[in-house]
Design a protein around this ligand. Structure first.
Ligand SMILES: [Mg+2]
Length: 260
């Protein structure tokens, strides 16, 4: 991982960014990080947040924040508000989503029965694609073995599960954040993400961002990544000095200062 001053690519036009603990500090979006989003847009760098957060949140983000679009629920969909119209693009059609929700309900019952101390995430009511089990946001934090147990229940039902800093998110299907970013680039920007990798950047903070660190040549992390560094096989190319939102401001400043 190199310091930000070593980043010098002038080609970045689009920044995919994680939200929790990358833009935010202790669960809040502070003024300086939000301002950086507006500054990037003014400089011609479009932002697409990529998050495990639910559809209900993404509806608001796509509409209110200075973003080009948003990828939500770990890649289950993207929303883009454009020309006074909300475009909602999902991996699956409505019928499949409904069938998957019925299967997730069975997982919900098993998790609550078998793992004491966890809870269904308080934002579950605004989710469309996945089930989020809280182990450290409004409850816990639970021990590693309990988190593993939650993951194993998803696996037993044939669902995949990803662990963030606060939730275990599980869903049916093989999609992930990166697959939806590729779809976003193709449908909304007319760009093949593999072929035009250097026009994009990604910023994140934790092990669940690792596939993105591995894929994007212009990959950034805020300083809190250092807490997880021993668990990462694919490290980000560049790292900020400060943590969370302040780190994101550093990354944004560097992207803007090298841009032609
Ligand atoms: Mg994060």
């Amino acid at each position: 991982m190199k310091p930000l001053k070593d980043f010098s690519s002038t080609n970045v036009q689009y920044l995919f960014t994680d939200i929790d603990d990358t833009l935010t500090d202790h669960g809040q979006l502070k003024a300086h990080a939000y301002q950086a989003l507006w500054d990037l847009r003014a400089k011609g760098i479009e932002i697409i947040p990529v998050t495990g957060r639910p559809a209900g949140w993404c509806e608001m983000i796509a509409r209110f924040w200075p973003v080009h679009g948003v990828v939500g629920e770990n890649g289950g969909f993207y929303f883009r508000y454009h020309d006074k119209k909300m475009d909602r693009h999902f991996v699956f059609d409505e019928k499949s989503r409904e069938a998957n929700r019925a299967k997730l309900e069975l997982i919900r019952r098993d998790v609550l029965k078998e793992v004491s101390g966890c809870a269904i995430a308080s934002d579950q009511f605004s989710r469309l694609m996945d089930l989020a089990v809280d182990f450290a946001e409004d409850v816990g934090p639970l021990a590693e073995k309990d988190i593993d147990k939650i993951v194993s229940i998803f696996a037993r039902h044939g669902a995949q599960a990803k662990v963030s800093s606060i939730h275990v998110n599980g869903w049916f299907g093989t999609y992930d954040k990166l697959s939806m970013c590729k779809e976003y680039a193709k449908r909304e920007l007319g760009l093949d993400l593999d072929a035009y990798n250097e026009r994009f950047a990604f910023s994140g903070d934790s092990p669940n961002d690792e596939p993105m660190f591995a894929f994007f040549r212009n990959s950034f992390a805020v300083a809190n990544i250092k807490n997880f560094i021993s668990r990462l096989q694919h490290k980000p190319a560049f790292v900020s000095e400060k943590e969370g939102g302040e780190g994101f401001v550093e990354i944004a400043s560097r992207l803007m200062s090298v841009r032609k």
